[in-house]
Design a protein around this ligand. Structure first.
Ligand SMILES: Cc1ncc(C[n+]2csc(CCOP(=O)(O)OP(=O)(O)O)c2C)c(N)n1
Ligand SMILES: [Mg+2]
Length: 581
């Protein structure tokens, strides 16, 4: 629990907030400074537990905080009033969508300017300086506008909500209040792993457990689907214990790749609806009980556009804060029964102690991506992906930007301990470079490998300069096909041979970017053949610093989406009148 400390001279609001977040053990703050945020920026700079990480823009800062939170558990982002905070918004909203507690600190004009409706910069000039708070509010699960009087209570409320829901928290501080001492007794917090979130309601927990145990007792062929939230809530250890106790095999869905190491003996492979391997599909869809642990989201991108068939009556979903028998995701909310509030950790632990041990069925080990492409040949998509498969080493962090590669790389079989970072739900191209930077900063002992398309890269490539500035050593694999490739793959009437004008890109000299952005001692190479790619990958792995490989595949898009998938996408998305076209 938190200790209360009595102090004769209280810290200022800005000093207090940053100290309280530093208590969580978050060591870095991603941001861009600004005049009204100076009190916060200065408090961060003066706090010896925090390091300011100056980013090339607020969007990059937000994505970097997102990547950092994926590895560290939480992150801090600091921007200035309106122009800064709104630039960060799609990044922070991505963190909300993909359940990452990013604390967003924003400096606002002095309260006396706002109260007297004076015309301040970064506004529409109409005296309504506080109208923008509603925009940022959408990106967070809790928002606070701090005063010296409410700061202590409000900061606790935001921290508690953000950690309970694993979503961003927004804290705005007017410039004058930021410099005034907090009123009350400052709270000294505990590190993230010990920070209290919410507790289960005992009778509900008991009832939910009974309901699950009844189903487990009858089950002959159960399967587990662990969701990404297991990682977000730091429950990998508890899940491993449950797997060991029950012997139930598990599959990973599209948003949940490598929540548990893919070298685990109970791992059967990826379940992505129609895009699954037939044996995985048979085990998952044929299971008489599906334990959906953490709340897998069955969305368009991760299920091959709803190409899955799961019987809702056979599903038990342990959401982070409640248990659902039957599956609203599948039934549209009909006929399901819920218990809550329940913390999913309590269910994992209780099931580990009480669930029966099953005889694990035999299943083939999930296959690695097959080898492809002779040395002397031009790089093709299969040859590139097979080389990424060979290249990965235990404990690497593989980060994949939304692109053609993101549609194929879930099919990799990852070595022991490799983490897979992607953004399948929010799906913002350009997230990859800054997110890879944040992940690399969060754990310098692991090698971050980024796979990104050229289109996505053009959105946020300037964060490479920030990577160089702070000396992280990722390996960037930049796929230069000159186009927004995945868009061409899923285009309606894609029989046209001509790439759409709107899918074409400015031809950058990508491998020269690190040098131009001041990165020293990076290994940079442009490759067109498999032999050159092999050699560049080897050198990149040995190189002590960062590496940037610009990969130019042959023009042919080697992995056009199956026609049935494209058809299903349009059946699902277009109005009926269009469907016959
Ligand atoms: C911020 C944002 N803008 C636009 C899109 C739509 N979009 C999705 S994928 C994609 C193309 C990605 O192209 P590229 O990064 O070059 O990867 P490729 O498929 O060519 O390998 C676009 C424009 C998006 N998802 N996010
Ligand atoms: Mg491209």
């Amino acid at each position: 629990m938190m200790k209360k400390t009595k102090s004769t001279s209280n810290p200022t609001v800005a000093e207090y907030v940053v100290a309280r977040l530093a208590d969580l053990g978050i060591g870095h703050v991603f941001g861009v400074p600004g005049d009204v945020a100076f009190p916060i920026d200065n408090a961060i700079e003066a706090n010896d537990r925090l390091t300011w990480i100056g980013c090339s823009n607020e969007l990059n800062a937000a994505y970097s905080a997102d990547g950092y939170a994926r590895i560290h558990g939480a992150a801090i982002l600091c921007t200035t009033f309106v122009v800064g905070e709104t630039s960060a918004l799609t990044g922070v909203m991505g963190s909300k969508s993909e359940r990452l507690p990013v604390f967003h600190l924003v400096g606002a004009p002095s309260s006396r300017l706002m109260k007297t409706r004076r015309l301040v910069h970064h506004t529409f000039g109409d005296g309504e300086a506080d109208q923008f708070r509603a925009l940022s509010a959408v990106s967070a699960c809790a928002c606070a506008f701090l005063t010296p009087q409410n700061a202590i209570a409000e900061v606790e409320r935001v921290i508690s909500a953000a950690l309970s829901q694993r979503r961003p928290g927004y804290i705005q501080i007017p410039q004058d209040y930021a410099l005034m001492p907090v009123v009350g007794t400052p709270i000294r917090g505990v590190p993230l792993a010990q920070a209290p979130t919410f507790s289960s309601q005992p009778r509900e927990l008991d009832a939910a457990l009974k309901a699950i145990m009844i189903r487990l007792a009858k089950a002959k062929s159960p399967v587990i689907l662990p969701a990404f939230t297991i990682a977000r809530y730091g429950l990998r250890k508890e899940l491993k214990a449950l797997l060991a106790a029950t012997g139930i095999p598990f599959a990973a869905c599209g948003m949940d790749k490598a929540v548990i190491s893919e070298s685990h003996p109970l791992y059967i492979g990826m379940y992505q609806g129609d895009a699954s391997k037939p044996d995985v599909r048979k085990i998952v869809e044929g299971a008489d009980l599906v334990l959906n642990l953490g709340g897998v989201l069955f969305g368009d991108i991760t299920t091959s556009c709803y190409g899955y068939s799961l019987d809702p009556s056979k599903m038990v979903t342990v959401w982070p804060d409640y248990v659902e028998i039957g599956a609203a995701a599948v039934t549209g909310g009909r006929g399901n029964k819920t218990f809550g509030p329940i913390h999913m950790k309590d269910i994992l632990v209780a099931l580990t102690n009480e669930a029966p041990k099953f005889k694990t069925p035999s299943f083939p080990r999930p296959p690695a991506m097959p080898e492809a492409g002779a040395s002397a040949d031009r790089i093709s998509y299969p040859s590139l992906y097979s080389r990424i498969q060979q290249f990965l080493a235990p404990d690497d962090i593989l980060c994949v930007d939304p692109s053609t590669s993101a549609a194929v790389l879930p099919n990799l079989l990852l070595p022991e301990g490799v983490l897979y970072l992607d953004q399948p739900l929010w799906g913002c191209i350009g997230w990859g470079t800054p997110a890879a930077f944040g992940a690399a900063l969060a754990d310098p002992s692991r090698r971050v490998i980024l796979v990104q398309g050229d289109g996505g890269h053009q959105l946020t490539a300037n964060q490479i300069g920030t990577m160089g500035r702070y000396g992280v050593n990722p390996i960037i694999l930049l796929v230069n096909n000159g186009i927004f490739g995945i868009e061409e793959i899923i285009l309606l009437n894609s029989d046209s041979k001509k790439v759409k004008n709107y899918d074409q890109l400015a031809p950058w000299q990508y491998h020269k970017l690190p040098e131009a952005m001041g990165c020293r001692d990076w290994f940079c190479k442009r490759v067109e053949t498999n032999a050159d790619l092999d050699s560049a990958l080897q050198q990149a792995r040995k190189h002590p610093g960062a590496a940037y490989i610009e990969i130019v595949p042959e023009p042919k898009m080697a992995n056009a989406a199956p026609p049935e998938l494209v058809e299903r996408m349009y059946q699902a998305t277009l109005p009926p009148a269009e469907k016959t076209n």
